[in-house]
Design a binder for this molecule. Structure first.
Ligand code: SAM
Length: 275
């Protein structure tokens, strides 16, 4: 039946492939892969022999149309990326859109995703989080993105290549402060898996001494939301009291409430009204 299956594949440990992923890869009419060599190795490991077509960043328009034509003719396609979940910082999103627009059924075979794996290992707040993917390499766009990051009050997740890791940590430390907590998650599910739970300042020091190797996900603590100024901040003590009096409070009640708001003894407020 015509269907696009988004099949998640391991991000390192081949034991993480699900039985349903294997069944789907074996049953699909053809497989669309980001890198056909990587996928053929995976298929060979699991004894699956299927036609594989290339679908990646630089052929996604032409290849997307060809895949759609086959789907419209009634074939089924399993889409895989090099590792993890297709369409998460990987090719897939435009193909999903194309299929949706043409009424082709799209379904997911969920599984490994480096971002979620890192988030759960981070030890940081997982109740609200944001996925930022890779930061831009272009200087201007990077600055804009970093400015946005300073506003995040929830945990956020970044992908980064090893050769850019130190630069990125330095940039994050300078915009978010060296005390901000980070979990640097390396080589997840692989032999050299490592999760460093540090401050940004410590992370910069660590990778200044040790060359980053392998694949990395960075999970950052959200910022503290700026405190809203109290409504009375710009008011004088007299105006503050008058505010409560206008709401129907007696003078004494207004003095008491003003003192409470300002965190000072009510006598002090009372003395000020006399002055
Ligand atoms: N679609 C994939 C997913 O679901 O995780 C992500 C693909 S993205 C092109 C590749 C990036 O994911 C790497 O540069 C790295 O930041 C992160 N990544 C992938 N596998 C990883 C692993 N085993 N350990 C740490 N990070 C990993």
């Amino acid at each position: 039946m015509a269907c696009l299956y988004l099949v998640a594949t391991p991000i390192g440990n081949l034991g993480d492939i699900s039985p349903r992923a294997l069944e789907t890869l074996a049953a699909a009419d053809f497989i669309a892969a980001e890198d056909t060599r990587v996928t053929r190795r995976l298929l060979m490991h699991f004894g699956i022999d299927k036609p594989v077509v290339s679908y990646y960043e630089f052929n996604k328009e032409r290849s997307g149309e060809a895949i759609l034509a086959r789907l419209l003719a009634g074939e089924s396609c399993a889409l895989v990326s090099d590792a993890g979940t297709p369409a998460v910082s990987d090719p897939g999103e435009p193909l999903v859109r194309l299929c949706v627009a043409h009424g082709i059924q799209v379904t997911a075979i969920p599984g490994p995703c480096a971002a979620i794996c890192a988030l759960t290992l981070s030890g940081l707040d997982t109740s609200r989080f944001l996925f930022e993917g890779f930061l831009p390499t272009d200087k201007k766009r990077l600055e804009e993105r970093l400015t946005c990051l300073t506003r995040h009050t929830c945990t956020f997740i970044l992908y980064e290549a090893p050769h850019r890791l130190l630069r990125t940590l330095e940039a994050l430390a300078s915009c978010l402060g060296s005390q901000r907590r980070i979990a640097v998650c390396r080589e997840l599910t692989k032999l050299h898996e490592e999760v460093l739970r540090l401050t940004l300042g410590e992370a910069v020091a660590h990778f200044t001494q040790r060359e980053p190797r392998g694949e990395f996900v960075l999970v950052l603590e959200g910022g503290v939301p700026p405190k809203e100024a109290p409504f009375w901040e710009a008011m004088s003590v007299q105006e503050h009291i008058a505010h409560y009096e206008q709401q129907g409070h007696t003078r004494m009640e207004a003095v008491k409430q003003t003192a409470k708001d300002r965190g000072v003894p009510k006598n002090e407020i009372y003395m000020q009204t006399l002055r």
